[in-house]
Design a protein around this ligand. Structure first.
Ligand SMILES: C[S@@+](CC[C@H](N)C(=O)[O-])C[C@H]1O[C@@H](n2cnc3c(N)ncnc32)[C@H](O)[C@@H]1O
Length: 233
């Protein structure tokens, strides 16, 4: 009955929500945050099982996250593995969050992730198999600069994840018309394109390859952004 009544509208409603989902995500609107233990994750739904699965399978000793924001993703990630979580942000989260980080043994580094001294400080807290997750400014140049600095910390078989390549790619997609109304927010469309940085990295760093196993789930900030360092032969 429910479906029958709505038959004509199902596609219309679905399409509208799909487009507004991505539009809101790209615009950074709060509607899309995911609640987690009194925090808000700026993630997409599939991230909440992709990250736990990847961390369970590949067991890092340490994760360096670029982009703490309100702290939700740091708390979420640290709950998913038995190791050290170091999170970096150019802006400080609330004191309450920093106190919670201390209880959870999460290290916060208040600095710019495109600087060498930031990498050195983060590195000083890390050991063993270190993974990097870049959810920082998403500017093409920043993504590339941070990769150059932090990728040497990744061991063969380890991961360097660059989030939000999908949102940059969608900005280029003329078929998703409603988003184009928001083009003015991205006067220089090349600025927020992590996907351009990923392309450049894949060309220049042949020891990293795209790990595509999770791409079939689509609704993930990691879509086309999980880079794996080749294992030693
Ligand atoms: C998308 S938010 C991070 C969201 C968070 N990881 C989550 O999933 O809930 C991006 C964050 O990157 C930070 N950021 C921007 N540029 C940065 C830089 N150069 N170095 C370090 N952090 C930066 C911003 O202050 C912001 O808090």
């Amino acid at each position: 009955m429910y479906l029958k009544e709505n038959k004509k509208n199902v596609w219309k409603i679905y399409r509208k929500s799909f487009v507004s989902y991505w539009k809101n995500y790209i615009m950074g609107q709060d509607a899309l945050t995911i609640p987690y233990k009194n925090y808000e994750l700026k993630k997409l739904p599939c991230d909440t099982f992709i990250y736990p699965d990847l961390l369970h399978r590949f067991k890092p000793d340490c994760i360096i996250e670029i982009g703490t924001d309100s702290g939700g993703s740091a708390v979420f990630l640290s709950d998913q593995f038995d190791g050290k979580l170091v999170t970096i942000d150019i802006n400080k989260p609330k004191q309450e969050t920093l106190n919670d980080f201390k209880k959870r043994d999460i290290v916060f580094v208040h600095s710019d992730a495109t600087l060498k001294k930031t990498m050195e400080e983060a590195k000083s807290h890390c050991f063993g198999n270190t993974f990097i997750i870049d959810d920082g400014s998403h500017r093409t140049t920043h993504v590339y600069e941070s990769f150059k600095l932090f990728s040497p910390l990744v061991k063969p078989g380890g991961f360097y994840i660059i989030e939000d390549g999908m949102s940059g790619a969608l900005l280029n997609c003329w078929r998703l018309n409603p988003m184009h109304m928001y083009k003015k927010f991205y006067q220089d469309r090349n600025t927020f394109q992590p996907n351009y940085a990923i392309d450049k990295i894949l060309k220049e760093y042949p020891d990293f390859t795209l790990f595509e196993e999770y791409d079939k789930y689509m609704f993930s900030t990691t879509y086309r952004g999980i880079l794996r360092k080749k294992e030693d032969k």
